[in-house]
Design a protein around this ligand. Sequence first.
Ligand code: FES
Ligand SMILES: [Fe+2]
Length: 339
Amino acid sequence: MSDFTIDPDIHRARTLSSSFYTEGRYFELSKERIFSRTWQFAGRADEVENLKPVTLLPGFLDEPILLSKNDDGIRCMSNVCTHRGKILVDESCNANLIRCGYHGRRFDLNGKFLSMPEFADVENFPSEADNLKQIPIATRGGFVFASVDPIAPFADFVDDVATRFNDLEPSQLKLVSKRDYEVKAHWALYCENYLEGFHIPFVHHSLNEIVDYGSYSTETFRYSSLQTGLDAGGAVAGRYLFIFPNLMFNFYPWGISVNVVRPVTPSRSVVEFLTYVSDESKLGSGAGTDLDRVELEDEAVVESVQRGIRSRFYSHGRYSPTREQGTHHFHRLIAEFME
Ligand code: FES
Ligand SMILES: [Fe+2]
């Protein structure tokens, strides 16, 4: 699929072909090529008491998984019964085993098959296939991530950028709000807008008064990128960490806003905003004070691009070498995964 090649030299490169956003077959392909092979957000470790069902990207990957916590830590496994496929656990609960509500198959909390009524004479039973499939999981700073079929361990996705966050104490985070924004645009258009501060003076007039545009910086890593905005006094107003392909961790003086971009159709996405506060006294300082307004400004511009890229006259653009390194890096990763 060479139509998605992006020149590694930003000075020469053209942006991602518009067909990536407009053609339904690429949207479908991105499910297995991009989203199954990367890491998805599965909540906070302290939200898991014993058994917690999670769906990875509902409506898109739609993978039912089960987080299970015991003395050894958190595990992740398929939440689908190995008999005829019923979902095993519908709600968070405390239990000492998992019992399917359809025909009574039982599993232990590690997903190992325990028993099944009326199967006494079944040959080669039980076998490994009757255990619940284990799903790769990773925990970092109290956040939990899972992946259906990871191209690389989670450490490879974040270890390089993590060195920038040594000063953080994310253990005291409290979820204070959860909100979904519907965006009439392709998921990647939403992400690539997030990945540059180039548009701040044009699109976000109020934010532009807080963030010093001249010192705004972007650093790229293997599977992530980090943007840093300073205020007029040189203090960090916001740090914006993007983990490919769809996770945003925004660090503000008061805590972290997590955004999960969930593809719905090639022209629709849902962005989940989860607000975690560590220091309530600092709410209202830094760049994260008017998130709702900034979000609506971003949505308007991204939805306009969604209409624009359908034009017969548009297929590619070029990059600003000083302001669009994050978007260039994102397009290169898309091209790499879609190959
Ligand atoms: S589907 Fe679970 S026991 Fe039959
Ligand atoms: Fe923006």
